[in-house]
Design a protein around this ligand. Structure first.
Ligand code: MRU
Length: 354
């Protein structure tokens, strides 16, 4: 593991002078600005409103949010330090329900609070800061390895379709599916990425296209509904996305629309891969129907960049994620290798071998 990882300006987030600085993803691609969060409530607000988003990035943000809870308490604002951290952990867990990484990170912080409970405030604070830094380091380390694994499965002439954003913005330094494609291009492989715009919040056009453009990767933006015609005309030869939570049987939650792509890929005989580190896998969740799916405000569907695009009285549904059944997934790219069916057996084996 990289023990010297120093997050800094330019990363999706970094911690400096008692504040978490979060690259405001709501403002991209127009503006690169940072949210300065000094309390757990401010971190939770950034998570809920997608100032920071993507499974791993919200996990790391939540870990620092718990540390901030302890820090604020140590300055005498809210109870004792351990209580402040426990309270912050509850706030973080209530922010967004689907991404396993958020709970993975907060549970790591809670273990650390319990280990040091009863100790001095300084001991608890030091331990929590170390734990948050180690959540960030592990995230970088897992994804760096995952990218190496993923490059191996790409077709020689890679015409990839991806959905939502699974690059460095969705994590720290290295993302998952998108980072595999970016790194393959960097190493001289022929890669063209088709980018679903990803309605309603446009993570594809605002964030994925931004990352691809900055890295000089050939890419084409498409409306979500154009995926089928491009698959049929042979312009795509692989579909690859990230994940927010993977159940023990391999069923996988990711940005709404992913399931439809997997069905289309099967119909057109194309491989459909998920890329996610082990911190996204939830062995306590037997299957997809047990994954909590976030339902967001219907106004996100009815208002497009500040303009109303549906009658006020028209009701809308806005599930933020959907679940792709394991049988539609060709393989799950993890930092420990590509996991294939039977997923329950192979996922358990992967964890027991660590
Ligand atoms: O609502 P978002 O933007 O947080 O959704 C993010 C995704 O669905 C990503 O594809 C997912 O987190 C995997 S990449 C870390």
């Amino acid at each position: 593991m990289d023990d010297h990882l120093q997050l800094k300006k330019g990363d999706a987030l970094y911690f400096e002078e008692d504040a978490l600085f979060i690259l405001d993803q709501r403002a991209l691609p127009v503006e690169e600005s940072y949210i300065e969060a000094r309390t757990p409530e401010e971190v939770a607000e950034a998570i809920c409103t997608l100032g920071v988003r993507g499974a791993m990035a919200i996990g790391v943000a939540a870990a620092y949010g718990v540390f901030l809870g302890a820090l604020v308490a140590s300055k005498g604002k809210v109870g004792d330090v351990a209580q402040g951290a426990h309270r912050a952990a509850r706030i973080m867990k209530a922010s967004r329900p689907t991404a396993r990484n958020l709970f993975w990170a907060v549970e790591r912080m809670e273990d650390e609070i319990r280990n040091f409970e009863g100790g001095s405030s300084k001991d608890i604070l030091d331990a929590l800061r170390r734990a948050a830094d180690s959540v960030a380091r592990e995230t970088v380390c897992q994804n760096k390895k995952l990218v190496e694994v993923g490059i191996e499965i790409l077709p020689g002439d890679c015409l990839a379709l991806t959905h939502c954003n699974s690059g460095a913005l969705a994590s720290i330094r290295y993302g998952t599916a998108l980072s595999i494609l970016i790194e393959a291009h960097r190493r001289g492989r022929r890669v063209h990425v088709f980018v679903d715009e990803t309605r309603p919040l446009l993570q594809g056009s605002r964030l994925t296209a931004w990352e691809l453009a900055r890295n000089g990767v050939p890419h084409t933006l498409i409306c979500d509904s154009a995926a089928a015609i491009l698959m049929k005309s042979g312009e795509i030869n692989i579909v690859i996305t990230g994940a927010d939570r993977i159940a023990l049987n391999g069923d996988t939650a990711n940005k709404v629309g992913t399931y439809g792509l997997a069905v289309l890929a099967r119909h057109h005989g194309l491989p459909f891969y998920i890329a996610a580190p082990s911190s996204t896998i939830d062995l306590s969740c037997p299957k997809g129907e047990n994954i909590p799916i976030e339902e967001r405000d219907q106004e996100e569907v009815k208002i497009f960049r500040g303009e109303r695009v549906a009658p006020d009285e028209t009701p809308a549904r806005n599930p933020a994620f959907d679940v792709t059944e394991a049988e539609l997934i060709s393989g799950i790219i993890t930092e420990k290798g590509v996991i294939r069916a039977p997923y329950d057996e192979n996922l358990k084996r992967m964890f027991s071998s660590s």
